[in-house]
Design a protein around this ligand. Sequence first.
Ligand SMILES: O=C(O)CCC(=O)C(=O)O
Ligand SMILES: [Fe+2]
Length: 406
Amino acid sequence: MISRSIAPLVRSALSIRPTPAMAASTSTSALRSLSGASRPTNFTPRRRPLCDRTLLQPNACTFVHRRALATHSTSTPPSFVIPVIDFSAFVRADATPAERERTSHELTHAFKSSGFAYLRNHGIARDQIDATFAMSARFFELPIDKKDALAWKDPRSNRGYVAEGRERVTQATSAEEIAALRQQAPDYKESLEIGNDHDAVWKNEWPTESDVPRFKDTMLAFQTAAHELHLKVMQSIAIGLGLAPGFFEDKCNEEWHTLRLLHYPSVRADKLKVDGSARAGEHSDYGSITLLFQDGVGGLEAKNPHTGVYHAADPIEDTVVVNVGDLLARWSNDQLRSTLHRVKAPQAADPNAEFTPTRYSIAFFCNPNENQLIESLPVFGSDSQRKYEPIMTKDYLAKRLSETYA
Ligand SMILES: O=C(O)CCC(=O)C(=O)O
Ligand SMILES: [Fe+2]
């Protein structure tokens, strides 16, 4: 999260205090607002039309994600804990194997129970995170035409700017249902998706250097740091599962990740009270793990799969939230949980406040390599106990998006 010392500065410098006029325009834009879960970073060519253009204004393209539920519960432990784990054993060069084992067991225990953990001492410097947040806020301050010029165009690329109103996570399938949902319960956010910058086919949509100086360099450096942390987390998971420490290394090293900058504009608090409405609707993430950096505002919630009750995953200074995605859940035959989550108004917010404060977060969606076969590992049982058919990363991701456009 943005350090407490600079967070108010960043926020007051970069966010907009809502005025009545803004409230009106927020609500107008909210009506065309949609958004949601992680999209995969790459794609096999689709046979179906990319967008349902009947649902949106000209030149806009709506992404409606119909997500199957994440990992289901079959047992009934009642507690739902998101522990704070000291990850320094994977950052310090002098850590002992025993220290790494201990950390790894804590982490895999968390992933087996809630699917979420906070990592402290994760090795990404606070200054780097703060600088990335500040740069993200500067990007979202650009006039809408500059951002629209960088628009997200193709799910195979999954790169570019996603304006409010372009995406809605839902299980719904019919156009009418989706249109109604959009009216009643849009997601209130905009985002910029950034893939790896060395893809031969798909290119990132960068703002010009004069519009946002040092933006590209800052984001590339952040991707590098986040990828390194992701490799350490995967190593820790391998140890926690009793696998060789390097088990995931050559399966997750192609940087097939998506860095998503998220901006949740200030919104009338009553809008988030509408049934089913959220800043980001209920969803699971698709990939292996997600590293989530949040500012100090709060609002992230994770769903206890046993009770269906949502628990706040409030920001904790100097930590990163890490959660399991669908592919890691499949790899582990659901032993590691891909837990449903969403972003609502912060639970600690003043109940009488007219507006929910502006919020920024940065999600780094990590994926196994494109052609990696994801099948439940023998350590999780015999073939007959497998809950899922083996599937390649890119096919799983493509399948999820083709459902989206059914
Ligand atoms: O902004 C957040 O806190 C969570 C965002 C998220 O879950 C997502 O984009 O998949
Ligand atoms: Fe998510």
